[in-house]
Design a protein around this ligand. Sequence first.
Ligand code: SAM
Length: 245
Amino acid sequence: GACLYLVATPIGNLEDMTMRAIRILKESDIIAAEDTRNTMRLCNYFDIDTPLTSYHDHNQEQGGEKLLQMLRDGKSIALVSDAGLPAISDPGADIAMKAIAEGFAVVPIPGANAAITALIASGMTTQPFYFHGFLSRNKKDRREGLESLKKRQETILLYEAPHRIKDTLKDMLTILGDRHIVLARELTKKFEEFLRGTTEDAIEWANSNEIRGEFVIVIEGTQEEQEEEVEWWNDLSIVEHVDQL
Ligand code: SAM
């Protein structure tokens, strides 16, 4: 019957698809995807032949109404984004709110998420943490975003696109000061890498290496009134794990 499933998909490693996610995608009447071509590849890999429809940031109004009408018609919808959890720096929260407001069941199908995956292996305090997602693309707003993080004592999690990482690191140094940070790169993929050091170390590294792949930035909260707990940060460390896949 009518139901909106929010289905997690892998963040780079197809083995992270869950058995339940595969079953729900197979059994749903329709899959609403951020990018149908991308999701088509996933469906082919797992032998899923459910029809696809497009639902992304640019058609939330119309697309949302279309999905709501399907729910009213008694259809079950599986919403997926390109990677990880829908509604986390991806479309999904808006349609979930509207579906809930109309009394439909909204069912999460959990799985991979880049931020939490980075956090657990960061070597930093994992609780409490603050997930910020992407900073603004606009320089002024990005700086304001960083200003708003300055007083936070929690471990901070940011998403960033590879072509903006250098600028973001420089703004982080200016606004947050030199902190202990971790760059978690290509999580779950063949060349996963954790760079642990300070903001200055990371800038130096970014200046002398080609920056490729996807990153989560993990930032130590402000240490005021807190004693140092972690000991790994005296030296820059870059640890790569090559998956045997
Ligand atoms: N919905 C996704 C989730 O649950 O993690 C996040 C989607 S957001 C549009 C994409 C951003 O997530 C990337 O720019 C990067 O910061 C982060 N990300 C996604 N996959 C990643 C990976 N394999 N390794 C590191 N960061 C990743």
